[in-house]
Write a protein that binds this ligand. Structure first.
Ligand code: UD1
Ligand code: UDP
Length: 356
């Protein structure tokens, strides 16, 4: 095959889907290697089905573990696949342990390594994702940066300009390919008895937030207080990591916050589009809210998506309840008239053209 895609988590499946589909349309020989980092139906299989992706060629079934053990098992499995398949290029996306494993396995062997969504930096070296991004970018032969800002950050680290290309983010491709389908097919508003523009959307799953009882409680308290004050409901599709720690820490969920299971892409896009405000610690949700014109409040101390803050689509507030309330008040009535900084929805074609 020309290409081997290595992926393992929900956001990688979503953001690589436009590339895999473009390979199918253009009859480009490729294999998909799923590490198995995400395996619950609602984080994994649901997206293959809805995004019309074939079953992965390989599923390494690695599952959850400590970072070192998990990454090592992935590297071993990916190396065997590379040995058997001998692709020309290995393509990884983003900043997960699956991306890191793909990068290490590829860079020790013949194929060139392509990093989709290169050059993002939070400058918070406590985040496992930040270390992963830096390592993958420095190993990559092709860094596909979503914005000029990301390309500038790569240059500042001494990465040769010949390795860098600004393509836009493939999330714009994925959103534009599914936005209308979501309107047509999703019943999520009716199912949950929600009125467009009259509810808030919450997602929180980052280790630095939900594995820390004080920070997790701060998020719930701040969002709950703002919802109570403005008399609106909050929908929180809860990631399994957060579901587990919520129970382990015995945190109480304020009355206006409704926990629901993780949603499929069309239902989630529909909620994002019609929410009055998104409150999140997710990378992808900061981008999608910006693309869909929904104001966003990010419950983190740093962001690797500063473009969203610069254009007034997003505000970084941390996890103190009073700061969350103040940020939400400042953002909630903001009209979503900014223009999306992440490209025109043709990132996948640009990336394939550059590689092939
Ligand atoms: C991972 C990524 C994170 C990304 C997120 C996307 C790393 C270091 N982290 O975090 O950057 O934002 O995916 O959602 O790669 N679990 C399940 N079912 C699953 C997967 C996980 O129940 O299918 C639970 C397990 O208890 C597991 C925990 O979630 O221990 C964490 O999973 P893990 O893959 O380690 O990290 P994420 O938090 O999902
Ligand atoms: N998402 C989804 N259902 C949900 C929550 C998120 O389909 O219930 C999608 C969302 O549209 C986005 C991606 O998952 O494209 C974001 O993934 P996540 O927040 O897990 O990871 P991150 O982007 O922070 O790495």
């Amino acid at each position: 095959p020309r290409l081997a895609f290595v992926l393992g988590t929900r956001p990688e499946i979503i953001k690589l889907s436009p590339l895999v589909r473009a390979c199918l349309e253009r009859a480009i020989p490729h294999v998909v290697v799923h590490t198995g980092q995400h395996y619950s139906e609602s984080l994994d299989a649901v997206f293959f089905e809805q995004l019309e992706l074939p079953t992965p060629t390989y599923d390494l079934g690695v599952g959850s573990d400590d970072h070192g053990e998990q990454t090592a098992t992935m590297i071993r499995g990916i190396e065997s696949v590379l040995e058997a398949e001998r692709p020309a290029h290995v393509v990884v996306q983003g900043d997960t342990n699956s991306a890191l494993a793909g990068a290490i396995a590829a860079s020790k062997r013949d194929p060139s390594l392509a990093h989709v969504e290169a050059g993002l930096r939070s400058f918070d070296r406590e985040m496992p994702e930040e270390i992963n991004r830096v390592l993958v970018d420095h190993a990559a032969d092709h860094c596909f940066a979503p914005t000029e800002e990301s390309a500038r950050l790569l240059a500042a680290e001494g990465i040769d300009g010949d390795r860098v290309r600004v393509t836009g983010n493939t999330i714009v491709d994925a959103v534009s390919q599914h936005r209308d389908l979501a309107t047509e097919k999703s019943d999520v508003l009716a199912e949950h008895d929600l009125e467009p523009g009259a509810f808030y959307l919450l997602t929180a799953h980052r280790a630095e937030n939900v594995d820390d009882p004080e920070r997790f409680a701060g998020i719930l308290e701040g969002v709950g207080a703002f919802a109570t004050r403005t008399d609106r409901e909050v929908v929180y599709p809860i990631h399994p990591r957060a579901r587990e720690t919520l129970a382990a820490f015995e945190l109480s969920v304020p009355e206006p916050i409704r926990l629901v299971d993780p949603l499929d892409f069309l239902d989630f896009l529909t909620l994002e589009r019609h929410a009055r405000l998104a409150v999140t610690d997710s990378g992808g949700v900061q981008e999608e809210a910006c693309i869909l014109g929904t104001p966003c409040v990010t419950v983190r101390d740093s962001t690797e998506r500063p473009e969203t803050v610069d254009i007034g689509a997003n505000r970084l507030v941390g996890t103190e309840p009073s700061a969350i309330v103040a940020g939400a008040e400042a953002m909630v009535d903001r009209p979503g008239t900014w223009s999306n900084p992440f490209g025109d929805g043709d990132a996948a074609d640009r990336i394939l053209d550059a590689l092939l």
